[in-house]
Design a protein around this ligand. Structure first.
Ligand SMILES: [Zn+2]
Length: 266
């Protein structure tokens, strides 16, 4: 009997470590970070960055069913300016600009009437992503100009994810500055409107003052990093906003914990 109780106790501890239900819910804006929507290729070593189309739809459906407001970055910026950030809202973001964002995510977003932000790597538009080692993660097709324009016409937002997806912490200051500043006019030319939001590749630079100080003078209004948390209403660093990674191997309970607590695991 004693043994059974010990086993049950250990199971409960294990469950609570893997799924942090005991954290208190947090008020603020949860910025979700997706990469690829689809089935990972067999030789992918970055499978967690692939969310299946079925799961993505379930997640969007959950936001709708629970009436959780999905806001755009333009709306969020306005709310920050006016100091009326909501107690509960979600922003949907996609990093890198993969073509599957158009083929798999865009139809679902349209179906639910949700806007999302897509962070583009300006040198790779219409071609493939070249920054992964193809031995560990096959190169993927990136959004084309036509696809970007179609998505924009349907209300989607686009931000900068640099020129070529280098690790900004590994560059000298001039090279980092070029990556941050030069992608902006290229994208503005494509979109025909200002590009106000920046995302640091790998989150690198968001926590490095030497790099982070380059972003505001480049003309961006906000920037996102990859620290896992909900953005509380009044205390955020607007050039290192927190995001929540939605991993392909997580279930709906994880998703619920993420958007209510900002974290689902230790
Ligand atoms: Zn990226």
């Amino acid at each position: 009997m004693k043994i059974l109780l010990i086993i049950a106790g250990l199971c409960a501890l294990g469950f609570s470590a893997r799924w942090n239900w005991w954290r208190l819910p947090k008020k603020g804006v949860a910025i979700l970070m997706y990469h690829k929507i689809g089935t990972p290729p067999r030789d992918s070593r970055l499978r967690k960055l692939w969310v299946s189309p079925r799961k993505f739809e379930q997640q969007m459906n959950y936001l709708r069913k629970k009436s959780i407001p999905v806001i755009s970055f333009a709306e969020y910026y306005q709310m920050l300016q006016e100091k009326r950030v909501p107690e509960k809202a979600v922003i949907i973001t996609f990093d890198d600009g993969y073509q599957d964002n158009y083929s798999e995510a865009f139809p679902v977003l349209k179906k639910y009437g949700f806007k999302a932000m897509f962070f583009l790597v300006s040198d790779t538009i219409g071609i493939i992503n070249k920054w992964h080692d193809p031995a560990t993660e096959p190169h993927q097709k990136m959004l084309s100009l036509e696809q970007i324009r179609e998505m924009q016409a349907a209300g989607m937002e686009f931000g900068s994810h640099t020129l070529s997806h280098l690790n900004l912490n590994a560059l000298n200051i001039e090279a980092a500055n070029i990556q941050i500043t030069k992608s902006k006019p290229v994208l503005e030319e494509v979109l025909g409107k200002p590009v106000d939001i920046f995302a640091y590749p790998y989150g690198a630079g968001a926590y490095n003052p030497r790099v982070k100080q380059l972003v505001k003078p480049a003309g961006y209004k906000l920037a996102v990093g990859i620290k896992q948390a909900i953005n509380m209403r009044d205390q955020e660093d607007l050039f290192a906003l927190k995001r929540i990674t939605v991993r392909g191997d997580e279930n709906m309970f994880d998703f619920y914990l993420q958007i209510t607590r900002g974290k689902n695991r230790l």
